[in-house]
Design a binder for this molecule. Structure first.
Ligand SMILES: [Zn+2]
Ligand SMILES: [Zn+2]
Length: 379
């Protein structure tokens, strides 16, 4: 089932101010208070819907996202996809079988109604590299989709012939039956079975499309992926879904982004995270280290006495901000490595060095007192 528009739920316009939204919310809460309604269950459902709408529209950030992406926010999981008619697509699917990545309403659903109908929406999972997600990328994707048949123009009738008005329903697509029951006459309206609700029948089906009016074609489409996208970001390309039925508009194409993990970098919001190992000597004495970034290497100054786990920030080397300007930062976590398999000479140097250490050489007061207690106990 498709979800109601949040603005509609609260009965406010898209341009409504925060105050108006709050007012509408309070008014509705009062109106659907379970105590004031005979059908408590229905009132509770209403309140749930109202709360959900208010939670989004009262939060400026969520509201912007909703205005831009609708119910299927950029981070919406697959679970949010009621309207798409299936859950067959899998983020992990990659490029394996392109047909498996699609699902649409197809013919069955479209033929329930006679009038022009919007074509089915399509979903395409696009796998991109970590760097491409950071900076954005232009991609060409190949979409298999149903399009109006070139030969019959979508009518399904062999060229030169025309669909005929259905004799059973006289073109209405519905059949009304009246039956006599204990309660009186009961009128039932059902879709016509002769024409499957179309109102017309095709006596000579188009050979090219077998009377379906549509054929599956592969279409190349340019997708402009903006920098800053993340797993699950949805890009809507209007009108690139399947052709409409009986002259209806085409559906939309939704490109879902999947970002390949990087072997070295991780992502945290708009920031890039990495861990750099340094030696104990570098940690003690400080110095310059090479740090890889998405833009190439940079030199980073490590301060004298840098502790294990210290985090340094390289400004502006992160992801482009999807909604905003500029870029995030790169955060570099320092990992001080302890040397192993020292030779006897190195060990002796360390012992000599160790004897010179005083509590003043230690960084934090907590460590100082710990050092002193240990000294008292063992030395
Ligand atoms: Zn055809
Ligand atoms: Zn009919």
């Amino acid at each position: 089932m498709s979800k109601r528009d949040y603005y509609e739920v609260l009965g406010v316009s898209k341009g409504a101010t925060e105050v108006e939204i709050k007012k509408a919310y309070r008014r509705l809460l009062k109106k659907y208070h379970p105590d004031a309604n005979p059908d408590k269950k229905q009132a509770e459902e209403k309140i749930k819907e109202i709360n959900e709408a208010y939670e989004v529209l009262s939060d400026p950030e969520k509201k912007v996202r909703y205005d831009q992406f609708g119910h299927l926010g950029p981070n919406a999981g697959v679970g949010g996809f009621g309207g798409f008619g299936g859950q067959g697509a899998d983020f992990g699917g990659g490029f394996g079988d392109i047909f498996d990545m699609f699902f649409g309403a197809g013919f069955g659903a479209a033929q329930q109604s006679r009038g022009p109908q919007k074509g089915a929406d399509l979903r395409f999972n696009l796998l991109i590299a970590f760097e491409e997600a950071a900076f954005g990328v232009e991609k060409e994707v190949e979409i298999p989709r149903l399009e109006n048949c070139d030969v019959c123009g979508g009518s399904g009738a062999e060229p030169g012939t025309h669909p005929k008005t259905c004799p059973t329903c006289k073109g209405s697509g519905r059949v009304t039956t009246v039956s006599q029951t204990l309660l009186g006459h009961v009128q039932t309206v059902r879709p016509c079975t002769t024409c499957r609700g179309e109102g017309t029948i095709i006596s000579q089906p188009c050979k090219h499309c077998a009377g379906q009016g549509k054929t599956r074609k592969r279409q190349r489409i340019q997708v402009n992926v903006p920098g800053g996208v993340d797993n699950g970001t949805r890009i809507r390309i209007a009108g690139e879904g399947e052709s409409g039925h009986k002259g209806g508009p085409p559906g939309d194409l939704y490109v879902f982004i999947e970002v390949q993990p990087h072997e070295f970098f991780e992502r945290d919001g708009d920031d890039v995270m990495c861990q750099i190992p340094i030696t104990v000597v570098q940690a003690c004495l400080g110095g310059q280290i090479d740090v890889p970034t998405l833009d190439g290497k940079v030199l980073l100054n490590v301060r004298e006495g840098t502790q294990n786990g210290a985090v340094m920030r390289v400004r502006g080397k992160g992801f482009k901000r999807l909604r905003g300007t500029g870029r995030g930062d790169q955060r570099v976590r320092i990992h001080v490595t302890v040397p192993t398999q020292l030779n006897e000479k190195q060990k002796q140097l360390l012992r000599d060095f160790g004897r010179t250490l005083t509590p003043e050489n230690l960084a934090t007061s907590r460590e100082k007192s710990f050092f002193e207690r240990v000294k008292d106990a063992f030395m």
